[in-house]
Design a protein around this ligand. Structure first.
Ligand code: HEC
Ligand code: HEC
Length: 295
């Protein structure tokens, strides 16, 4: 708005001056006037005309400078918005290539698909944009991507750890997670027809098999090991023989107790490191049914 006003004045000024000069020329130089005898450059009329021109030029330059600098913050914020958009888009491409298979199309990990092992990344506490919390959330995300989570199946992706991602690519992933731009990931998945993993369908016949998949390849595998399976997590105890002992030393093993444990471990054993898992009933049942086979 301000810029438009300044540019308007900047255009109006020379127009007025030109009009004035045109008028005064006609008045001061009548048709029958004799040729001026003095050098026109030194004449007062010629002189003042030059001074007027110089002043107008100065005023013009000054006004344009003001218009330019008034516009500067806008130009800068526009440029950084554009930069952010490019980062997020690059991050989304990296995500689709390397992270989708564990963290899911909406970044909700095992919450969007019980067959996925990845922790949800589409969370409010990772989408804080200002203040100390924002800085520490970004740092946590950066370092987790760079170094992975030892003892879980979250791999280390940084080039320092022989991974495929340099610091700029990790920064782009951090921007994606921090700004919660899962819409961009969704856009790429649709535009490039990327296959997304489907949630295991459940029937009475495949219940134990689905449970095995969740425990040994999905949500539990990052922290627990089960002999002769893909599950090699080191954070929690190995689950072999779990049906023949108490759950975490506090609950007798029954299917119902197993479901209670998974839904809220800290409530049953305060201070435990196992987080709550809000799975739907049929999947809880499948997990419990599979664990019952581990005698
Ligand atoms: C093989 C499966 C797998 C892949 C692939 C994977 N992750 Fe993970 N990721 C996990 C698991 C499991 C966890 C949870 C680890 C834990 O419990 O501490 C995790 C945790 C994280 C966390 C920490 C979340 C938190 O709040 O603690 C971030 C951030 C993350 N992953 C980002 C990524 C990004 C970005 C990629 C792609 C470059 C990626 N992950 C690829 C399995 C995976
Ligand atoms: C982030 C890591 C983590 C994840 C993921 C995790 N657990 Fe745990 N789990 C633990 C830890 C740590 C313990 C030890 C708890 C204690 O005794 O305080 C534990 C204990 C257990 C126990 C008791 C083991 C025993 O020997 O008494 C069972 C059963 C169990 N978890 C099942 C599951 C299932 C099923 C899943 C997947 C839905 C799962 N856990 C996911 C960390 C995890």
């Amino acid at each position: 708005m301000l810029t438009i006003a300044i540019v308007f004045v900047a255009l109006l000024l020379p127009a007025l001056v030109l009009a004035e000069l045109w008028r005064s020329r006609r008045v001061t130089v009548p048709d029958d006037a004799p040729e001026p005898q003095i050098d026109p450059v030194l004449s007062t009329a010629g002189m003042s005309r030059k001074i007027v021109f110089a002043m107008v030029a100065l005023a013009e330059a000054f006004l344009l400078l003001i218009a330019y600098s008034a516009n500067e913050p806008f130009r800068q914020s526009h440029a950084s918005e554009r930069q952010l958009e490019l980062s997020v888009e690059a991050g989304a491409h990296t995500y689709v290539q390397y992270c989708l298979s564990c963290h899911g199309a909406q970044g909700r990990g095992f919450l969007e698909n019980v067959g996925l092992p990845g922790k949800p990344l589409n969370r409010g506490d990772l989408q804080v944009l200002t203040g100390d919390d924002a800085a520490s959330a970004r740092k946590m995300v950066y370092q987790t991507i760079q170094n992975g989570r030892p003892g879980t199946i979250m791999p280390a992706w940084g080039v320092e750890n022989n991974g495929p991602l340099n610091y700029a690519m990790i920064d782009e992933l951090v921007a994606l997670v921090n700004h919660g731009r899962w819409d961009v990931v969704d856009h790429i998945i649709k535009a490039e027809a990327v296959a997304i993993p489907t949630e295991p369908a459940i029937t009475a016949a495949n219940q134990v098999e689905v449970g095995r998949k969740i425990v040994t390849e999905g949500a539990c595998a990052s922290c627990h090991a089960v002999a002769n399976t893909a599950a090699r997590g080191q954070i929690g105890p190995a689950l072999d023989g779990i049906a023949s002992r108490q759950i975490a030393g506090v609950l007798p093993f029954t299917r119902e107790n197993m479901k209670r444990w998974i839904l809220n471990p800290p409530q049953i054993k305060p201070g435990t490191q196992m987080p709550p898992y809000s799975f739907r009933e049929q999947y809880l049942e499948a997990i419990a049914a599979y664990l019952e086979t581990l005698r």
